[in-house]
Design a protein around this ligand. Structure first.
Ligand code: AMP
Ligand code: MG
Length: 422
């Protein structure tokens, strides 16, 4: 096989090329209960005021502020309690001078009332078979009333499309009567793991063989990103078998991820498969570690992500290139959020290419500190399991020391800001 020379491009350039091949976004209507963690395909607009009427924020007495004008601890006023209403009830009488209505939290303010007094500040008693209260302080008009529309006015765009549906967003959807919600369809991403050395997870170890961890890892990554992973199986390093499987799979997925076989070894058939397919290679080398062999090709409008077989490299390729591709399709924030942090451990290795070190973040009182989570090798599995960030060490730098400021990408925080653009 001819070993072609590969020209590395920067991560940002690779991301740009992937983003230039967007999937067509499609939406679907789901029952509100099925939409947690999905992405809104329509904005949420308030179709009524919140609260929809003036209501009481406390259990107490609705009264007329004017009646308390001269009230004080020494000269309390007496009001007659003419009715009692709970949440969901509406008073039948209009409040007149010298009267009060016992009211519970959430109940509509009765006509004629313009303030609410909490239970604690009045004295209740009975006089001539009448329920009375004694009020020993002044109230101002509007005091202790939750005004109609004070939270949200009708017509306000509350949440924009592409927002992840969290429990809080769900509360809003319910408030405005969205029994069903328009969300983006999950892009269907096929997955093949390649490698004759791979065992299924339920097989015992054999000499020279390892278990296929990548397929499950990338599948979990895709699910977390909002995609619909479809694990198609593992493939032995056999050109014809791989070619057939990949070309068939492409027919019923939105994009295909393969792991392994993109390097320049004797059994790395992916480059030749892309060629035989007639796919256009967007790139086949990225100036990064791990995962420099990460390849992306396009065939008939579908992207083929050829990720490295090395677990850490595979993980990095998924987060950096598959993530924004999926997030773009659900119109959501495509990138991992970036922040600055202080290195808590020396990192003496030089960085010929941009290095993405799997690390752990610690939000300490003195500041945000980060440290690598283990073996910094592309083959490492344990370092990924313990990591919640990438420590990004720019290409062309020497080593880093404890106390140096570094940039990190957070696995659990998303952003619209492309971290590879200044
Ligand atoms: P490759 O990219 O095919 O050259 O594989 C690079 C390294 O990753 C080799 O040591 C493989 O055994 C290992 N590897 C490949 N595929 C997987 C996988 N699905 N799960 C775990 N390790 C893998
Ligand atoms: Mg291989």
């Amino acid at each position: 096989m001819v070993v072609e020379r590969r020209k590395p491009i920067q991560i940002g350039e690779g991301v740009k090329r992937v983003m230039a091949h967007p999937l067509k976004s499609k939406s679907e209507e789901l029952n509100i209960e099925e939409t947690l963690d999905r992405f809104l395909a329509e904005p949420i607009i308030a179709d009524h005021d919140v609260p929809p009427f003036d209501r009481s924020p406390y259990d107490g007495f609705a009264l007329r502020a004017g009646d308390t004008k001269h009230a004080s601890a020494e000269t309390p006023v007496q009001l007659e309690v003419i009715e009692e209403i709970g949440a969901g009830q509406v008073a039948t009488s209009q409040l007149r001078q010298g009267q009060a209505i016992r009211i519970m939290t959430g109940a509509s303010i009765p006509d004629g009332a313009d303030a609410v007094s909490m239970f604690e500040v009045v004295k209740e008693y009975e006089k001539d078979m009448k329920q009375m209260i004694e009020v020993g302080r002044k109230f101002t008009p509007g005091q202790n009333i939750a005004r109609q529309g004070e939270d949200t006015e009708r017509g306000t765009v509350l949440i924009k499309e592409g927002t992840r549906i969290t429990p809080g967003v769900t509360a809003l959807l319910a408030t405005f009567g969205y029994k069903t919600v328009n969300v983006y369809q999950k892009p269907k991403i096929g997955i093949y793991a390649t490698g004759t050395e791979l065992l299924n997870i339920d097989e015992p170890l054999q000499p020279g063989k390892i278990r296929n961890s990548n397929a499950y890892m990338i599948s979990a990554q895709i699910r977390k990103m909002g995609g619909d992973p479809l694990y198609l199986g593992k493939l032995a390093d056999d050109f014809e078998a791989c070619f057939r499987a990949i070309s068939t799979a492409l027919e019923d997925v939105d994009a295909l991820v393969t792991t392994g076989g993109v390097s320049v070894g004797d059994y790395d058939y992916l480059p030749a498969i892309y060629e035989k397919l007639g796919a256009t290679t967007l790139f086949n080398k990225i100036a990064m570690r791990p995962g420099s062999v990460t390849t992306v090709a396009e065939y008939e409008g579908k992207l083929l992500f050829g990720l490295s077989g090395n677990p850490s490299a595979c993980f990095v390729g998924g987060e950096l290139f598959v993530r924004p591709f999926i997030k773009q399709a659900v119109k959501s924030m495509p990138y991992l959020a970036k922040m600055k942090a202080v290195l808590a451990k020396d990192f003496p290795k030089p960085n010929p290419f941009t290095r993405l070190v799997r690390g752990k973040i610690e939000y300490a009182a003195e500041g945000v500190r980060v440290a690598p989570t283990g073996l910094d090798k592309s083959s490492s599995v344990t370092s990924i399991a313990k990591a919640d960030i990438f420590i990004v060490l720019p290409g062309g730098t020497r080593g880093f020391r404890t106390g140096d400021e570094v940039e990190v990408l957070l696995f659990n925080n998303e952003s619209d800001q492309n971290p590879w653009e200044k």
